[in-house]
Design a protein around this ligand. Structure first.
Ligand code: ZN
Length: 360
């Protein structure tokens, strides 16, 4: 069973400071603030990680802009951020699998360990999931407390800035490898960082054709550098026609990363009959689909993807990175500090960035 982060005071080494800098959602409104707060205490099954690199995710942008999803879920004040790489500086009294000094990242979904899903190999859809940096204090901070069971130990040879990227890369790996991919034709709809990584994963895992579809020229160019074989700028050409020109009859696999209603509907006309349509993108509202014509009569398999399979996906990610079958360097476009949070979020809104690394 997973021990959730304890609110009770634990003992921390006296060498650690009592306070730290962190970026927190301090009130239920747009924005986030750099604050000074207590270094988290840990329960007997938790570890304390000194954060050495963290990366900005679209989820953090939702929290920053305080959209409907954030307003319905988050209870300020909470430290945000969840993609991390760092060094363990303290472990709880019952922790035996992680040691002080370990170079680690973390699975960000803290699951209950006792629900139906957790007991049957589907912990990534645990009914009681709590998310780091959303429901519990996150890693836009100098230190973060994480249950030991969520810790992923990195190879010493892993570049520090790739460590936090394993979490979103896990979303891409989970989506792309949720079905057959070798020798298949794939269209990735939406080229935010996870979509770009999906292009790279599809190529690395043997897809024959990887079509990237987006509106943003900067991100399409990045998708091309990371592995897409064809780029479609959907506001300049008919994306459905362009896909059929490249792959007559439609692609074998759609990886939906945009959450955009029109793009989602269009993609049902890009996938071949009998193909796979895997959805990671989150639409902000219900989306109307032509179920009879686009799904049932064409025998399309539609699949929801969330999080990373625990810990299967983490092993796949680590193996791809440790074997250098993927190069994440081109994706890292900006380096900033915690104090630059507003600038980082504005950059995310513009879309003219890959991954932004924040160094606490
Ligand atoms: Zn559970």
């Amino acid at each position: 069973m997973v021990m959730l982060i304890s609110a009770q005071a634990g003992r921390l080494p006296s060498s650690l400071p009592e306070t730290m800098r962190a970026v927190a959602k301090t009130e239920p409104a747009r924005g986030a603030r750099l604050i000074t707060t207590a270094v988290p205490t840990i329960g007997p099954r938790d570890v304390l990680v000194q954060v050495r690199a963290t990366t900005v995710c679209g989820t953090d942008l939702h929290l920053y802009t305080w959209d409907a999803w954030s307003a319905g879920r988050v209870k300020p004040p909470v430290t945000i951020g969840h993609e991390l790489g760092g060094t363990v500086v303290a472990v709880g009294s019952e922790v035996t699998t992680v040691a002080v000094g370990d170079f680690v990242s973390a699975e960000t979904h803290v699951v209950c360990g006792h629900c139906y899903q957790c007991q049957t190999g589907q912990a990534h859809v645990c009914a009681n999931t709590r998310i780091l940096g959303v429901d519990i204090p996150g890693c836009y901070a100098e230190y973060v407390a994480v249950p030991a069971s969520n810790i992923w130990k990195n190879a010493a040879t892993l570049p520090l800035e790739w460590a936090p990227l394993q979490e979103p890369l896990g979303n891409a790996v989970h989506t792309v490898l949720a079905g057959d991919i070798a020798g298949r034709t794939v269209a990735v709809i939406g080229c935010g960082p996870i979509g770009i990584m999906a292009c790279a994963v599809a190529k690395a895992c043997g897809a024959s054709t990887v079509i990237a579809v987006d509106l943003n020229a900067f991100r399409l160019e990045l998708a091309g550098r990371m592995g897409a074989s064809h780029l479609i700028k959907a506001d300049e050409e008919d994306a459905v026609a362009a896909v059929h020109a490249l792959v007559p009859g439609g692609v074998d696999v759609i990886c939906e990363m945009s959450g955009h209603p029109k793009a989602m509907r269009d993609a049902f006309r890009m996938v071949r009959a009998g193909g796979r349509y895997s959805i990671l993108g989150l639409p902000s509202r219900p989306v109307e689909l032509d179920v009879a014509n686009d799904i049932v009569m064409r025998g399309v398999t539609v699949q929801g993807i969330t999080g990373r399979r625990m810990m299967d996906t983490w092993y796949q990610v680590a193996h791809l990175l440790n074997a250098r079958q993927l190069d994440l360097d081109p994706l890292i476009t900006h380096h900033m500090g915690l104090e630059d949070i507003d600038e980082a979020m504005e950059l995310m809104i513009s879309g003219n960035c890959g991954k932004i690394v924040l160094t606490p």
